[in-house]
Design a protein around this ligand. Structure first.
Ligand code: F3S
Ligand code: F3S
Ligand code: ZN
Length: 104
């Protein structure tokens, strides 16, 4: 199952990270929540495939280390979500549907 597209209203904002919001629940290191609002990555689903980082034409994502997470020990972090041009390449290439993109 991929990222819940309703997370922006159904999940609480529990913090900020590198200029974007974090939606809980978060229990570090095993539960990391969803990072980003315009370009959102469910850290609990991301398996560090990396296709989104290669595909994005405007470098929205950067690797973020998540040691101890059961799925993968790094995640694609949407550090530059404001730069998104909504090409949807990342959504289309992610093999586990961990990304949801919504214009503000
Ligand atoms: Fe990049 Fe995905 Fe936006 S590929 S431009 S973050 S829709
Ligand atoms: Fe993760 Fe999917 Fe990107 S698995 S690294 S969000 S392509
Ligand atoms: Zn983040």
């Amino acid at each position: 199952m991929g990222i819940d597209p309703n997370f922006r209203t159904s999940r609480p904002v529990v913090g900020d990270h590198s200029g974007h919001k974090v939606y809980g629940p978060v229990e570090t290191p095993s539960k990391l929540g969803i990072h980003g609002t315009i370009v959102a990555v469910d850290f609990d689903i991301c398996n560090a495939d990396g296709s989104c980082i290669t595909a994005c034409p405007v470098a929205v994502f950067q690797w973020f280390d998540t040691p101890g997470h059961p799925v993968s020990e790094k995640k694609a972090d949407p550090v530059n979500e404001q730069a998104c041009i909504f090409c949807m390449a990342c959504v289309n290439v992610c093999p586990v549907a961990a990304i949801d993109v919504k214009p503000p």
